[in-house]
Design a binder for this molecule. Structure first.
Ligand code: AMP
Ligand code: ZN
Ligand code: FE
Ligand code: FE
Length: 301
C-alpha cells in the first residue's frame, strides 16, 4: 500500500475554515496516512489535532507556516517538528502576530476610503478566538455582507498587493527564520516558492544561500505551480540536495482546488525530512515535538 503524506494544511486556528480535529478527520476519510497541520504563525491547533490523530490513527506532524520576507517579497517558511517555545522563535512569532493585529485598523481605513465599510468586530469575529487575523478574514467579512462572492474575488478586487485594501505587515527575514527553525530543533521548508506573490523570485542562487543556512526542503508539488515550474523547481532541489515535498495547502472551504491529498510527498522524501529533524533536534538540545502516531515507521511501510 502506498503511504499518502500531505505536509501543509490549515485549520480555523488561522485562516482555514474547519477545526483542527475536523481537518484530521477529513484527512483520514480521504485515505491520508500522514498529515502536517501548518497554521499561519502559531502552534495553537497542535493539541487538538494531536488528540484527533491519536483517536483516528493518523500520523500528525506538528508544523506551522511562518510569514517571512526576502527582498521585500513575502516568503512562507514551513517549520516542522520544532519547539515553538524556543525563546528567540517565540518572540518572533509574537511580533508577527502583533503585526497582524496592528494591520487591522490600517486595512479598515484603506477599505473605507475605497467605499467598503467593515468594522473591526466583524473581521475579528471571522478570525475566531485565536486571533491570527489574515486577509482571508477580511474576505469572509465581505462575503458575509454580500460585497463579494468568495475569497478569491475579495483578494482580486480588494486585498492583493496593488489593490485598495492591501497593507504590508511585519515579517522577519527569510534567512533569519531558516536559522531560527533549525535552532529550535525543527526543519524548514520553503512553501510554494513560485506561488502567487513570489513568481519565480527565489532562484537557484537564492536557494543555495538558504540551503547554506540550514534550509532542508522545498515544496515543489503545490497547486500554485504549473507543471513546467514544478520540474524546474525539482531540478533546483535535486541540485542542492533539498528534500522535495508535495502538499495540498488545504484551507477548508476557503481555497477551492486545494483538497487534502491533492499533492503528496514521497515516503522516501519524508524519511529524509525526519532524519534531518532528528539531527537538528539533537544538535539543539531542545525538547522538540515528535510526530504523533507511528509516522516514522509508517512512512517506511
Ligand atoms: P495574510 O496572512 O493576511 O498575508 O493573507 C495570506 C493568506 O491569504 C494566505 O493563507 C493565502 O493562502 C490566502 N490567499 C491569498 N490569496 C488568496 C486568494 N486569491 N483566495 C483565497 N485565499 C488567498
Ligand atoms: Zn492561509
Ligand atoms: Fe502560504
Ligand atoms: Fe498555507
Amino acid at each position: 500500500m502506498r503511504v499518502r503524506i500531505d505536509l501543509h494544511s490549515h485549520s480555523n486556528v488561522s485562516d482555514g475554515t474547519t477545526s483542527p480535529s475536523e481537518v484530521v478527520e477529513r484527512a483520514v476519510a480521504l485515505g491520508l496516512d500522514v498529515l502536517a497541520l501548518t497554521d499561519h504563525d502559531t502552534d495553537a491547533g497542535w493539541v487538538e489535532a494531536a488528540a484527533a490523530a491519536r483517536r483516528t490513527g493518523l500520523s500528525l506532524v506538528p508544523g506551522m507556516e511562518i510569514s517571512t520576507k526576502h527582498r521585500d517579497r513575502g516568503v512562507h517558511v514551513l517549520g516542522y517538528l520544532l519547539d515553538p517555545g524556543f525563546p528567540p522563535l517565540a518572540s518572533e512569532l509574537g511580533r508577527i502576530l502583533e503585526g497582524r493585529d496592528r494591520r487591522l485598523d490600517a486595512m479598515l481605513e484603506r477599505l473605507a476610503a475605497a467605499g467598503v465599510h467593515l468594522s473591526a468586530e466583524e473581521v475579528r469575529q471571522q478570525a475566531g478566538v485565536h486571533g491570527v487575523i489574515g486577509r482571508p478574514h477580511f474576505a469572509d467579512a465581505m462575503v458575509a455582507r454580500h460585497i463579494v462572492h468568495d475569497r478569491a474575488e475579495a483578494f482580486d478586487r480588494w486585498l492583493r498587493p496593488g489593490r485598495p485594501g492591501f497593507v504590508a505587515r511585519y515579517a522577519p527575514a527569510t534567512s533569519d527564520m531558516i536559522r531560527l527553525v533549525a535552532a529550535a530543533g525543527g526543519v524548514a521548508v520553503i512553501a510554494h516558492p513560485w506561488g502567487r506573490n513570489t513568481r519565480q523570485v527565489p532562484d537557484l542562487e537564492t536557494f543555495a544561500q538558504f540551503a547554506a543556512l540550514g534550509l532542508v526542503g522545498m515544496e515543489v508539488d503545490h497547486e500554485d505551480h504549473s507543471p513546467e515550474n514544478r520540474e524546474r523547481l525539482r531540478s533546483i532541489a535535486v541540485q542542492l540536495g533539498l528534500v522535495v515535498t508535495g502538499s495540498s495547502d488545504y484551507h477548508g472551504a476557503g481555497k477551492v482546488g486545494h483538497e487534502l491529498g491533492c499533492n503528496l510527498t514521497a515516503p522516501a522524501e519524508f524519511d529524509r525530512l525526519l532524519d534531518a529533524a532528528a539531527r537538528n533536534a539533537a544538535a539543539s538540545g531542545r525538547q522538540v515535538r515528535a510526530v504523533v502516531g507511528a509516522a516514522a515507521g509508517g512512512a517506511r511501510t
